[in-house]
Ligand binder design. Sequence first.
Ligand code: NIG
Ligand code: FE
Length: 413
Amino acid sequence: MLLIKNIGILQTPIGKSSLCGEAQAQNLKLRNASVLIEDGKISAINKDGELPDLSRFGNVKTVDAQNRLVTPGLVDCHTHMVFGGWRHGEIPLKLRGATYLDILRAGGGILDTVRHTREMSEDDLYCKSEGFVREMLAGGVTTVESKSGYGLDLADELKQLRVNKRLNEHTPMDVVSTFLGAHAIPPEYKDRADEYIDYLCDEVLPEVTKHDLAEFCDVFCEDSVFDVAQSKKMLIEAQKRGLRSKIHADEIEAIGGAVLAGEIGAVSAEHLIATNESGMDSMAKGGVTAALLPATSFYLGKDYAKARRMIEKGIPVAIASDFNPGSCPSLNLQFAINLGYLKYHMLPEEILTATTLNAACALDRGQTKGSIEVGKDADLVIWDAPDFEMICYRFGSNQVKTVIKKGEILQWN
Ligand code: NIG
Ligand code: FE
């Protein structure tokens, strides 16, 4: 039992499904509010200085928010956080003009991380990523997606996915696991992408589902990586085995990934820097959430996805970190929020929806996460700020005061 009182502004989107168009900007804002939490769930919300009736309870622990902003815990719906090594050695190459795909084609980039991830033991990978989880929680993220894709063979993909499972079980973070075996073509299958997809579908996917190691399947649908036909095959096979679809689509070239996302009913299409009108139309028609990753645009020096156009077209927009060792070595979702404001020109309310409810829905967690409502999990952030505009405006500092996860005050921050 926990009471959070003296909340200056309680700000939250409302509902269990993703919000699009004008609804994305609709946040409930309650002044001088309080939230009562029982058994890890929100049991009462009051406003205007009213407090719930506590007479039926014995000891109620109270947190005084001292007029600060309270929002739902942030949801980071796109990361690659289980990996060996780092890739700082690529920066001098980039500064001399090599592109992301040049480095990958030359056997570096993702493939460099694959070498290091294969070399690392499951326990060492767990310890490394547990450190990241700790930092994410301190930054206000209470649910995170984690993709595999640095193993690229049966043993090492399963190793990464088992780390996801252990993180979910042994840390306060909710970790949602995504199988991304089709992240790059491993050296053993060089120039044989079709055969690699067959291997994933025939030998790896059945083991992933047999051991219940992922909820989603993702593919890097990109020039020089997997084409639309290969991506479709992988995702449909995974759907048959109960994994819902996500797609790394149109990150660098619009080769048709967003169109495919709409056609196969993907839950989300991610990146979308280069997406064109037909891609957006297909996503709108298919009810696909756009998971946008502005810190990757920043780090690769690329354009920013057309978030306003997507909102206009009725596509629900989520914003995530894309934390990975290559294109975005930052897990700071607050920085992605800053970029959403300055580069996507999204409103603070739209950004809050993008990093809470819409992101939760992109992970199939809309029933329990992503908003402050009676019955939902008590995952909350007390910010060291009076309003969400401040979170969008200040950058580089962690503006979190306190994180509450399933009703517990986290001591990890
Ligand atoms: O989302 N684009 C593909 N995957 C990651 C990058 C992974 C890496 O470079 O290690 C991304 O940007
Ligand atoms: Fe990614």
